[in-house]
Each structure stands twice: as C-alpha cells, then as structure tokens.
Design a protein around this ligand. Structure first.
Ligand code: AMP
Length: 187
C-alpha cells in the first residue's frame, strides 16, 4: 500500500514518515530530501531545482514525477512506500494514480496532518533549516495553500483521505496515524 502524507511545512510529515517507515518496515520517500541531495551533488535535477527551492516554490511536476517513479520502480518499493511530500499538486496526484494503476498497485491512503498556522510558524522558527527563513516559510505556506490544498479534495472525492490532528505531542500523533493505517490495511 502507498501511504501519502500531506501537510503544510512544519506539520511533522518528515518526523512521522520516518517513524512509520521504521514501524511498518516500508521505504520512506521524501521528495524534499531527494531534491536536497540532488542539489548538494549538483546533478542536473539539482541544478534545476536549487534556485526554485531557495525561493520556497515548488519544482516542476515533471521533474519530481521522474525521480519518484524511478524510486518506486526499485525492488524494495514493490509492496508499498511512504510518500512524504509527494504528490504536492493535483497533476502530480493524477500522474501517481496513472503510474500506480499501470503497475497494478492500487491501494492508497492519504493522511492529512492538520496543524494550525500559528503553531506551524512557531515550529518552523525553531527548526533552522536553510529554507525555513521567515520569507521563505511564508512563500512555502502560500504554495501549500494554493497548490497542495486542492489535493485534499482530490483524495477526499476518491474516498481515501483520512485527517489526523497533527498538533501537540509527536508520540500522540504517531499513535493516531498508526490506528488509521491499521484500520485501512485491515479492509
Ligand atoms: P519538504 O522537505 O518536503 O518540505 O520539501 C522541500 C522543498 O522541496 C519544497 O519547498 C519544494 O521546493 C521541493 N519539493 C519537495 N517535494 C516536492 C514536490 N512533490 N513537488 C514540487 N516541489 C517539491
């Protein structure tokens, strides 16, 4: 099964994805991490993505799709993966659905990690990553609201969206996520 984590920057997607991956022994794909690696190694993808990421914008769909589908084709992802930060736009989700159905991998659950904006800003102010400067954070939140939020309706309409209250304690949030995943995998 593919588990898609959706949430604004600072919602805890990365933290929860790592824990979930460990618990379920399933690969964790973070497009943000893959892109940051590509930037550091100055690959072709990295060169194209770097300046866009520094502004807090989303890199082009085609570029992200390519790195994700390549990774999903690898042997360890055959029975599923935890997707952290992908899809982030409706066209990415449509491409993912197309790819999954071509590869007969139909089971998917999308988890929305919901956190109030004030709490996000507080968390991001103390995280200290290069793209966490206030200006950039605001740009990333704007991109989330404009481009990623419509994804929630997309998955809600397909009946695969589950909402998790992502505020507060990391352990509590993880317990809620796990309960949902267990329920979905039983069905
Ligand atoms: P993240 O670590 O998930 O917050 O991602 C960091 C940055 O990588 C984002 O602000 C985007 O610039 C870029 N990025 C990550 N995932 C995607 C995606 N699915 N589509 C477009 N850009 C992405």
């Amino acid at each position: 099964m593919q588990i898609v984590l959706i949430g604004p920057p600072g919602a805890g997607k990365g933290t929860q994805a790592v824990r979930l991956a460990e618990h379920l022994q399933t690969p964790h794909l973070s497009t943000g991490e893959m892109l940051r690696d590509a930037c550091q190694q100055q690959t072709e993808v990295g060169k194209r993505a770097s300046e866009i990421m520094q502004r807090g914008h989303l890199v082009p769909d085609a570029l992200v799709n390519e790195i994700v589908f390549q990774r999903l084709s690898e042997a360890d992802c055959q029975s599923g993966a935890i997707l952290d930060g992908f899809p982030r736009t409706v066209p990415q989700a449509v491409s993912l659905d197309g790819w999954l159905s071509e590869h007969s991998r139909l089971k998917i659950v999308a988890l929305e990690l919901r956190v109030a904006e004030e709490e996000l800003l507080e968390r991001l102010a103390t995280r200290g990553r290069q793209d966490d400067d206030r200006e950039v954070v605001l740009a990333r939140l704007k991109q989330y609201n404009e481009l990623t939020r419509p994804l929630l309706d997309y998955y809600r309409d397909r009946g695969v969206l589950r909402v998790v209250d992502g505020s507060g304690d990391i352990d509590e949030v993880f317990t809620k996520i796990l309960a949902i995943v267990r329920k979905v995998t039983k069905n």
